[in-house]
Design a protein around this ligand. Structure first.
Ligand SMILES: Nc1nc2c(c(=O)[nH]1)N[C@H]1C(S)=C(S)[C@@H](COP(=O)(O)OP(=O)(O)OC[C@H]3O[C@@H](n4cnc5c(=O)[nH]c(N)nc54)[C@H](O)[C@@H]3O)O[C@H]1N2
Ligand SMILES: Nc1nc2c(c(=O)[nH]1)N[C@H]1C(S)=C(S)[C@@H](COP(=O)(O)OP(=O)(O)OC[C@H]3O[C@@H](n4cnc5c(=O)[nH]c(N)nc54)[C@H](O)[C@@H]3O)O[C@H]1N2
Ligand code: SF4
Ligand SMILES: [Mo]
Length: 763
């Protein structure tokens, strides 16, 4: 590691600044941001300088294998370099290093800092290496697997006996392979008799999933990453790919169409700084923005009449509805001048291949579903679907968010089916050889209702797998209280030190990425392969094995006999997918995935398109029975908790750097990554707000909402608009302030706007 490399802390850049002259501050913070944004590219050229990946000498066939990265939904391919075993077996000693795969169609030889450091975080001292059980004094003590499994069964069965089968619930994840998550969903629901189980994808993708299902008839992001390069106008809405999906952003940088890049984000993010037009609309005004844009296009006759007539439904009503969204009105609601709105419209109109990309700035909102559909509607009326460089494209978050949307068996039945449909239940019962009556005939409660169920004493046992709600759930002070009411809390995680594992009655030690096999589905629907290239520490087991052990101990193991190992499970998944829009029954086996560089769904057994990069809807046929996509719309609603009075700021939250991952259980374990972000929580505040409140850069301040009060370092910047604050989600303090509000259709938490105040005095 080079000692000359200086960490990118805001403190260092800002220490040199005086609050005089916004220009200077703007320039300096801009510099910092540009640096963070540029980091990935610098890394690619000179990884050694950053202490990342001491490059292996050569790619030796016996000593190199491949696997997909296990952090974000980009799904980069990595070459894993192996050392020889104790007796000289080539590659038998496990992974010692990795480098991005040049031939993988996703990343083309690139990786971000998290990917480069993926192996380092496996060796942390706080890895869970044995099951831990709370003793009579509330202290967690190591026990063996036998005791752990007995306790799991006895406690949960006792709760179910007393309070009914539905009194135990589970929280799944988009973090583990599809095989594991499908087995979990099957064991929990068909084996253990649970009805309620949801996952951390509720916090993340629920809005996009519901929006697609309602609009196009199936949860199907339509694009391929090639569209980043083929588009001549990219509209990013509430997305900061520069740091949240750095390798997708690298694909944008390869775009040779001299693209127009519009970024709709209240903050001047790293991505916005690379835009041809940044549109700093007020938080949650995107829905009005797209209605206004649609109205302007319709008024000018810029509608793809053929596409609308042949492939959509409800356009006339939509056109009437958006008439009210004049630029005058939209200007008031978004805070963008009418001139800027017109400019944006003309820029879009001037281009041929327009793509719209959205992430959490849209999904995490009290009106996320209708906002996502406002984007979909706009792309429908301009016919921007199914052609290269187009689409209404939700970027997913976790490495297997897409797998979770299809196969978690939580609020939807395996393979994108519906628990409420008898035919779907019968189909799954037949394919899995489980009695039909074991399949619940209704949806699970959604995550927020599960929490409410605990509060009301209806849910008394909870099994949490690969997610850390005590840090990541909205308004977590309340959640702490809720979780403490449970009779029995089981947490299955790689680390025993997560906020949720620390309060668990039973901790089950799990293997992580690199320590097990399986597949994940990335944002462009590409199924990629994870591989075991390391032994898990101590007694930690792959989640797959843990679920099998639990099924056996519970007494329902015989239902899952066919699920012998992840690859056998993959064949079951293929069967479950057959005939569905996500059909991938044509994938031969794991080896096929490895050889092909991953395979996008659909890939049916008959007539699969062999192209490496594919998009959906080229024929204009959507998944509704009539083949048409629907225009869905609604009056925008005011913010549930508008800024004003005692709490004059709007608090936004989100990703802070390319090197931090969520609740930091993993990324905080790499010494290299730790140098790349501030080690304690900071709040972004606009220069003029800081000056008004007499807050100096780096000063410790207090941020408060109706839910809580935290101390944070002031990061004075004009990257956030006046009247807004921004807190990165990676620090446990952030969700002490957020407000438990949800989208009515998707039940996704509205993490990205609540009222707050800022006090210069931190005491
Ligand atoms: N380094 C890193 N990468 C990650 C992750 C990580 O933790 N770290 N997490 C992964 C996951 S699971 C996810 S879901 C993605 C998230 O990826 P992104 O959604 O791109 O990241 P966020 O920072 O949460 O939110 C994006 C932007 O939304 C803006 N925003 C807030 N409110 C609004 C609004 O009302 N309208 C608009 N237009 N914008 C708004 C915020 O200012 C922010 O810049 O990242 C993935 N990649
Ligand atoms: N304020 C605010 N809060 C947010 C957000 C925001 O933008 N703002 N974003 C939300 C979003 S989009 C998301 S996705 C969530 C993420 O929230 P979480 O899911 O709670 O975050 P992670 O830190 O990814 O938690 C994953 C856990 O799984 C463990 N783990 C990793 N791999 C494995 C494995 O293979 N097996 C097992 N058993 N465990 C494993 C990790 O150690 C970690 O404890 O946060 C949400 N919270
Ligand atoms: S961009 Fe995402 S998938 Fe690629 S290396 Fe980084 S974290 Fe891994
Ligand atoms: Mo997410």
């Amino acid at each position: 590691m080079s000692s000359s490399f200086e960490p990118l802390k805001p403190s260092r850049v800002l220490a040199d600044l005086t609050p005089e002259g916004d220009g200077l501050i703007g320039k300096a913070t801009g510099m910092l941001r540009a640096k963070t944004g540029r980091l990935t590219r610098e890394l690619l050229r000179e990884p050694g300088r950053f202490g990342l990946g001491q490059l292996p000498v050569v790619n030796q066939p016996d000593r190199t294998t491949t696997a997909v990265c296990g952090y974000c939904s980009t799904g980069c391919g990595l070459n894993i370099h192996l050392q020889d075993g104790p007796n000289g077996e080539p590659g038998g000693g496990g992974a010692v290093n990795l480098t991005p795969t040049t031939e993988y169609p996703v990343n083309l030889g690139m990786a971000c800092p998290k990917g480069w450091e993926a192996l380092a975080v496996l060796d942390a001292p706080d890895r869970a290496v044995a099951p831990l059980l709370k003793d009579g004094h509330g202290k967690q003590k190591p026990v063996n697997w036998d005791q752990a499994l007995d306790t799991f069964r006895d406690r949960f069965q006792a709760i179910q006996k007393e309070h009914g089968a539905e009194s135990v619930a589970f929280l799944s994840t988009g973090q583990i392979p599809t095989e594991e998550m499908a087995l979990l969903g099957a064991v929990a629901k068909f084996g253990m008799g649970l009805v309620h189980g949801d996952g951390n994808t509720r916090q993340c993708m629920a809005t996009a999933a519901v929006a697609y299902k309602q609009s196009v008839g199936f949860d199907a992001p339509p694009y391929t990453y090639a569209d980043f390069e083929e588009s001549d106008c990219l509209i990013f809405v509430g997305a900061n790919p520069c740091l949240a999906h750095p390798i997708m952003w690298e694909r944008v940088m390869r775009n040779k169409q001299k693209p127009e890049i519009l970024v709709l984000d209240p903050r001047a993010t790293e991505t916005a700084m690379n835009a041809t037009l940044h549109l700093p609309a007020k938080p949650k005004s995107d829905q009005s923005f797209f209605y206004g844009l649609a109205n302007y296009f319709i008024q000018n006759g810029w509608v793809d009449r053929d596409f609308v007539a042949n492939h959509t439904a409800g356009f006339e009503e939509y056109a009437r509805f958006v008439e009210a969204f004049t630029f005058e009105r939209v200007s008031k609601e978004t805070g963008l001048p009418a001139e800027t709105l017109r400019d944006a419209a003309l820029r879009i109109r001037a281009r041929e291949r327009v793509s719209a990309w959205w992430t959490m700035g849209v999904n995490q909102s009290h009106q996320g579903t209708r906002t996502a559909q406002a984007i979909i509607n706009f792309q429908l009326l301009t016919g921007s679907f199914g052609k290269p460089g187009t689409g209404a494209n939700s970027i997913t978050g976790q490495c297997n968010a897409m797998g979770s949307r299809l196969f978690s068996n939580t609020t939807g039945l395996l393979g994108g089916r519906d628990f409420k449909k008898a035919a779907d239940r019968a189909a799954v019962a037949g394919m899995l050889n489980v009695p039909e009556e074991r399949i619940p005939d209704r949806d699970s409660l959604a995550y927020p209702e599960i929490i409410e169920g605990i509060l009301k004493g209806k849910i008394r046992g909870l099994w949490v797998i690969a997610t850390n709600p005590a840090h990541s759930w909205i308004n977590r002070n309340q959640l702490d209280d809720v979780l403490s009411r449970l009779d029995f809390l089981v947490v299955q995680d790689m680390y025993h030190s997560t906020e949720t594992a620390k309060i668990a009655d039973l901790v089950l030690p799990a293997a992580g990425w690199g320590e097990k096999d399986g597949t994940v589905i990335n944002s462009e629907r590409r199924i990629g392969l994870l591989k075991k290239v390391r032994k898990a520490p101590g007694q930690a087991l792959a989640d797959f094995s843990i679920f099998k052990l639990i099924a056996d101990r519970w007494g329902c193991g015989e239902l899952f006999e066919e699920w012998t190992d992840p690859e056998a499970a993959f064949h079951i998944l293929k069967r479950l997918s057959a005939g569905m829009p996500c059909d991938f029954s044509g994938i031969r086996d794991y080896r096929h995935l490895d050889e092909a560089g991953g395979v996008q769904w659909p890939y049916p057994a008959e007539g699969a398109d062999p192209a490496v990069e594919r998009r959906l809807f080229a024929d204009g046929r959507f998944y509704h029975a009539d083949g048409r996509a629907k225009f869905l719309f609604e009056e925008p609603r005011p913010l549930p908790e508008a800024a004003g009075g005692k709490y004059p700021f709007t608090l936004l939250t989100g990703r802070g750097s390319a090197s931090q991952w969520h609740t930091q259980t993993r990324t905080s374990k790499s010494a290299v990554l730790r140098k790349l972000y501030p080690d304690s929580v900071y709040v972004e505040v606009h220069v003029r707000d800081a000056r008004r409140l007499q807050i100096a850069p780096e000063q410790t301040v207090r941020v408060e909402s109706q839910r809580g009060s935290i101390r944070a370092k002031a990061f004075v910047t004009n990257g956030v608009p006046e009247g807004c604050l921004f807190l990165p989600m990676h620090y446990p303090e952030t969700n002490q302030l957020t407000d438990g509000q949800f989208d009515p259709y998707s039940r996704q938490p509205a993490y990205k706007a609540c009222a707050a105040r800022l006090l210069a005095d931190a005491n």
